[in-house]
Design a protein around this ligand. Structure first.
Ligand SMILES: Nc1ncnc2c1ncn2[C@@H]1O[C@H](COP(=O)(O)OP(=O)(O)OP(=O)(O)O)[C@@H](O)[C@H]1O
Ligand SMILES: [Mg+2]
Length: 225
């Protein structure tokens, strides 16, 4: 049942359009980023001069009080700022390429998911209640790899198992409402890793979950890394 053959992984990787980063080079680099929002005829300055570098294999935590701009900042890295928001100045580089001024959906689709994926705070907002769990993971696989049909389904089973969901063949056919909160968040993680991203942004991925499940999800993320 489990698909683990290397040619499939090669197929996946060949779709990446960014160059590999060299030793000692950050994969993601943000330099003095300023983000503002248009708000009722005024401008709200949400992000002030944030700089950071992320290197391969590294985990980086952003800590700040509610409303300090963690979500706004991380959303700007995949081009998901609300429409009234804009980058006023500063620079975002991914694998050495300046992505600060990416505007169109086409430009961002090169990055979103397959290079940088994001797990949002509330798993229900990331899953479609009308589609089966498996079809959503498979969709992500088809979008980011050349795998189709049965091959894509096999890989979806594997990802379900990877995130600790037993009986993936049965679970594949079920809908989000048949899953618990913790299981839904695992599915969101599975859809994110189905894109084989180089960077996984987690915006409080455990806030909606109870304490024991929180620990399991954090363990899972550590393992996947
Ligand atoms: N579309 C928008 N228009 C105007 N202001 C916005 C918009 N989106 C976010 N903001 C403002 O940007 C600031 C940062 O919000 P953000 O959601 O990034 O905070 P956060 O650090 O993620 O908080 P939390 O820990 O509660 O999730 C807040 O003051 C918020 O009101
Ligand atoms: Mg937030």
């Amino acid at each position: 049942m489990i698909l683990n053959n290397n040619t499939d992984l090669e197929k996946k990787k060949s779709l990446s359009s960014f160059s590999e980063v060299g030793e000692g080079q950050p994969i993601l680099s943000v330099d003095k980023l300023n983000i503002k929002f248009h708000l009722r005829g005024k401008q709200l300055h949400a992000i002030r001069g944030v700089s950071l570098d992320v290197f391969k294999g590294e985990s980086l935590a952003i800590v700040g009080e509610s409303g300090s701009g963690k979500s706004v900042f991380t959303k700007s890295l995949i081009g998901l700022l609300d429409t009234n928001g804009f980058i006023e100045s500063g620079k975002i580089s991914y694998a050495g390429e300046d992505i600060t001024n990416f505007k169109t959906g086409k430009e961002w689709r090169r990055i979103r998911g397959r290079e940088i994926a994001m797990i949002m705070q509330d798993p229900m907002t990331s899953l479609d209640p009308l589609k089966s769990i498996g079809s959503q993971i498979k969709e992500s696989i088809c979008l980011h790899t050349e795998l189709r049909g049965k091959e894509a389904k096999m890989l979806a089973y594997k990802y379900l198992e990877d995130v600790g969901i037993d009986d993936p063949v049965r679970r594949y056919e079920q809908y989000p409402h048949e899953f618990s909160g913790g299981m839904r968040q695992r599915v969101v993680i599975a859809t994110a890793i189905a894109c084989s991203p180089k960077i996984l942004i987690c915006d409080e991925p455990t806030t909606a979950l109870d304490v024991t499940i929180q620990a399991q999800i954090l363990d899972l993320l550590k393992k996947l890394k």
